[in-house]
Design a protein around this ligand. Sequence first.
Ligand code: PNW
Length: 455
Amino acid sequence: MLVDAAVRPEEFPPDFVWGAATASYQIEGAATLGGRTPSIWDTFCAEPGRVVGGDTGDVACDHYHRYGEDVGLMRTLGLAAYRFSVSWSRVLTPSGEVNADGLGFYDRLVDEVLAAGIDPWVTLYHWDLPQHLEDAGGWPARDTAARLAELAAVVGGRLGDRVGHFITLNEPWCAAFLGYGNGIHAPGRHSAADAVAASHHLNLAHGLSVQALRAAAPDALVGTTLNLYPVTAAFPGADSEDAVRRIDGLQNRWFLDPALLGSYPDDVLADLGALVAPTLIQDGDLGTIHQPLDFLGINYYTRHVVRPSAYPGTNAGEFTHRGLPTAANGWEVDPEGLTEILVRVARDYPALPLFITENGSAWDDTVEADGSVVDADRLAYLAAHLAACARAREQGADVAGYFAWSLLDNFEWAEGYAMRFGLVHVDFATQRRTVKASGEWYGRFVRAARDILSP
Ligand code: PNW
């Protein structure tokens, strides 16, 4: 890939938040240690054919034991902030008790991050639902929303004296539609109605968790993270315009509107029709979901280019490409889409600081004879997307920070360890970490932007 994107540190304000992100199941390992019980991802990985290569998160990056080294890498990169998620089934037991060992891990991690001069940003839910809650119905069951608020109270209460930013959910669209709709993610169920029910209960869980966090951690700032995509028609025509509206509705507005405007979009309700069970959206739900937020997290990877038959979650080839370069996982590299989605969100949902809480790309990295990792494509991707953030800021979007996905190569869900997104290469046989060329570049850029000296 070749992207010609000049971007300079001076294009960002001194208080712009520079970070990197991870998620618990993707890096921690230690799946059975410290009282952790199984999550839906442990179960899913154990089922043949679900994950490429039969890979699991049992060991992953062994971050549970190596977090000190990993925080050292963050410091080397000059990061101002580190976004990670908590493993729900580490923190709470199936009977709802606090597991002191599990919560203690995050307590130590937060202290280590702070001691390195880095701000911890904590995501409550990044897809690893405790298996016992799935057995009780999972996200299609309304009760699961209240259970997340219990986690919020515990985590907020324990970490809220030191953590300045909490994110309720990571990408509820994925959790609902990939988990319960097309089944490519855990728990691997295939029901459109269940996916829609899950999406409403995730939205509800967001609202309830904001309330719980406000009570438990009154000094912290609270937001959520959505995976948003600009949606473009593959070719002109009225059918295409309707496909754009439908995909944009379910992918973007179905999550943005209730959280930020207090209503579901009428056109999406009409599209879904009987998939929205009569008892699903209850009186008062939208008021609960619509909590004042301090920021919105946006994860951006690519654009959706749709044909008339497109429908999210169906995975049936209705999405297409524009002929741009594609990363190793097939996602088109489209930095202009990032500018577009930022400017659009700033226009339609004003007065909310926006943070890129994930952006990055998978490539087949080359490990040189001397052990260095050359990843020119990832470096170019990063530079082009930082330039896209700068363009959005010039157009008035309040883009206040950027978290690269990901700090480390890690367990890439259904793709297992085959797809590498890290700024830091991980040799999974030895757990040896090597900062890639992209990581070196990002570190230099961040240090220049923050006006801090090299280590
Ligand atoms: C996001 N899709 O996942 C997640 O937040 C990360 O945990 C993940 O590692 C990263 O992006 C890279 O994939 C997604 O198929 C996974 O549409 C799949 C999809 C979207 C986002």
